[in-house]
Structures are given as structure tokens and as C-alpha cells.
Write a protein that binds this ligand. Structure first.
Ligand SMILES: Cc1cc2nc3c(=O)[nH]c(=O)nc-3n(C[C@H](O)[C@H](O)[C@H](O)COP(=O)(O)OP(=O)(O)OC[C@H]3O[C@@H](n4cnc5c(N)ncnc54)[C@H](O)[C@@H]3O)c2cc1C
Length: 299
């Protein structure tokens, strides 16, 4: 069972100094993703949402709601450096006359080939990167542009003007995920994401399943016996997984789906290890009936 609760974008309004929600030409990276999409509101043409004009100078501000201890978002959201790089590259391909600048704290090109991708954005697409801390974004009503003030590495405060500012928003755990994880017995880390073993990041978060009452769920006993009788490791393993899932579901959604799962279990065992099906002889009447019907169908 894979639990993939996903994320929710950081609410950029919390970082009031960037003006999201106040200045119409300050948008989030998710909104810009829709603008770039061929299936999006402008069929992939790069336009401002506010007035439909083609922005010539576009800036990305990184780490909006990530790596920011002032607002309790200390962690790196991991995808934003690459998504901004990708968006800037696509922008330059669609509109070669545009300029694209990414204001960043440091570039975290996680993943195989990502650093090469970042290098290519500079050498082939002319994306500009500025290491900086942004202090604010303010609108210029006279020409409908936005000014970005930032502290440069030489400690001087600089100002540049843009037609569109994209905030690379951080990724937060979905609020309902806390309840779901609690119900499923999955441990969360301090930020609300699934806690993982630092030495085995893909290990399952939960191995144990409490056994439901066999008296009430006779089909489960049959499935368990199928596992016990399974000869090959493969058959046992598949069936064991099914039993574990069945047991888990029995606790959470009661018994309604279990016969379907049992059926799948038996089908798997029958394909991989036909002799295991002899366990039906030892099962109770209801389970025997179900199993025989399945075996008959598979003959
Ligand atoms: C602007 C931007 C651009 C990106 N571009 C790229 C890119 O080009 N290439 C790339 O590889 N990655 C890209 N990424 C990263 C990518 O979007 C994520 O890594 C990916 O979406 C994560 O997938 P997921 O299935 O874990 O989560 P999600 O895509 O968030 O899916 C989780 C799903 O679970 C559902 N859910 C949550 N809780 C429950 C519940 N209790 N019950 C039922 N359903 C629930 C949610 O509704 C959602 O549909 C980008 C990210 C951003 C922000």
C-alpha cells in the first residue's frame, strides 16, 4: 500500500512583502505553470493574467515559504529550483525576446542530471541567476511594472524592474493528511510529512497490522491458511500482502470489500502455486464455498 498524500502550495499572502494578492502581476509558480501549459488559459502563450500583455522581463523569487524560519517553514521544498529553471527555459524557448531572472538563496539541483540541466539553462537559454535576499516587491503604477529590491552578494541593495514576478512557493503537507496518517498509524516528522528512516528512505512506514477477529471474518482465515500452505516464497509473499491489506481494510472499512480481496488472493495463489489451493479443505463452510467457486471458475 503506497500512501501519497502530496502537498499543498504555501499561501504566498503570508509573505506580504512580495505583494501576492495585492499586485496583480505577482503570481505563484503554480499559476505560471498553468500559463505555460498548452492546455492552460492561454494555450501556452506567455501572457499576464491581469491584462493579457506579453511580459518582456520576468523574475522568479525562490524559497517563498521554504527555508524560512520566521514563518516556521524551515525545510527545503526540493522541487522549486528545478521547476523555476524549467519554467525559465520554456519561457525563453517560447519568447526568445524575453529576459528571465531567477533570484535565489542557493541552487539545489537535487537528482540525476539536474545540475547539467541548470548549467544548460545558463549556456543555452541565457537564464540569469542572481544570488540575493529580496526585501520587497513594489508596483510602479505609471508604467504597470514591478520593482524588486534585493541585497546582492556585495551587500549593496539593488533595484530592478520587471513586468511579471513569479513566486516559487514552497510545498506544505496537506492539512487533512495529519488525520489520515493518524488513522493509518503512520509517523510524521516535525513538518507534517511522513517520517522516513534516514538510511532507508523508501522503507515502509508501517509493517504491522493488527489481526481482526477471525470468527467474524472467516474469509481471512482462508487467506491466512493459503499463505501458510504456499510453497514458493513468491506466492506466499503476494498472498501475505493481500492478507495484510485485507486485514487492514477489515479494521477500517469493515468487511464489505474483503471477499473481493480474498478472490484476488486466491487467483494469485492459484496461478503461482496451484497446490496451495488444497487449503480450502481445511477452511470453514463459508470460506470453502467461496474458494471452490473461484477454483471452478478458473478451471
Ligand atoms: C510549479 C511546479 C512545477 C513542477 N514541475 C515539475 C516538472 O516539470 N516535473 C516534475 O517531475 N515535477 C514537477 N514538479 C513537482 C511535482 O509536481 C511533484 O513532485 C508531484 O506532484 C508530487 O506528486 P505526489 O503524487 O506526491 O503529490 P500530488 O501531485 O500533490 O498528489 C497527491 C494527491 O493526493 C490527494 N490527496 C491528498 N490527501 C488525500 C486524502 N486524504 N484522501 C484522498 N486523496 C488525497 C490530493 O488531492 C492529490 O491529488 C513541479 C512542482 C511545482 C510546484
Amino acid at each position: 500500500m503506497i500512501l501519497a498524500g502530496g502537498f499543498e502550495p504555501f499561501d504566498a499572502r503570508i509573505k506580504g512583502e512580495y505583494g501576492y494578492g495585492r499586485w496583480p502581476n505577482v503570481i505563484t509558480s503554480l499559476e505560471y505553470e498553468r500559463i505555460l501549459s498548452a492546455a492552460g488559459p492561454f494555450q501556452g502563450h506567455i501572457q499576464r493574467i491581469s491584462d493579457g500583455k506579453n511580459p518582456r522581463r520576468i523574475a522568479w523569487i525562490q524559497c517563498v515559504g521554504s527555508r524560512d524560519s520566521h514563518i516556521g517553514q524551515e525545510y527545503c521544498s526540493a522541487v522549486c529550483c528545478m521547476s523555476a529553471t524549467k519554467q525559465a527555459m520554456i519561457t525563453r524557448e517560447h519568447a526568445p525576446e524575453s529576459s528571465t531572472t531567477i533570484f535565489y538563496i542557493d541552487i539545489r539541483a537535487h537528482g540525476k542530471g539536474f545540475d547539467r540541466f541548470y548549467e544548460r539553462s545558463i549556456s543555452e537559454n541565457n537564464v540569469r541567476y542572481v544570488r540575493s535576499m529580496i526585501s520587497r516587491v513594489i508596483p510602479n503604477p505609471e508604467n504597470d511594472t514591478l520593482s524588486i529590491s534585493y541585497a546582492a552578494p556585495d551587500h549593496h541593495v539593488r533595484e530592478e524592474t520587471y513586468d511579471l514576478v513569479v513566486l516559487s512557493v514552497g510545498l506544505c503537507p496537506h492539512p487533512s493528511f495529519v488525520q489520515l496518517a493518524k488513522r493509518l498509524g503512520i509517523r510524521l516528522n516535525a513538518h507534517g510529512f511522513c517520517a522516513s528512516d534516514p538510511l532507508d528512505l523508501v522503507a515502509t512506514g508501517r509493517l504491522d497490522f493488527e489481526a481482526p477477529d477471525e470468527g467474524r471474518f472467516p474469509c481471512l482465515r482462508l487467506a491466512r491458511e493459503a499463505v501458510a500452505a504456499g510453497g514458493t516464497a513468491m506466492a506466499s509473499c503476494n498472498a501475505a500482502n493481500e492478507v495484510a491489506v485485507a486485514e487492514f481494510l477489515a479494521q477500517t472499512i469493515r468487511f464489505t470489500d474483503i471477499p473481493v480481496i480474498l478472490e484476488k488472493t486466491l487467483e494469485q495463489v492459484a496461478v503461482l502455486e496451484p497446490q496451495s489451493l488444497s487449503v480450502v479443505e481445511t477452511a470453514d463452510v463459508e470460506a470453502r464455498h467461496t474458494a471452490r467457486a473461484i477454483i471452478e471458475r478458473m478451471k
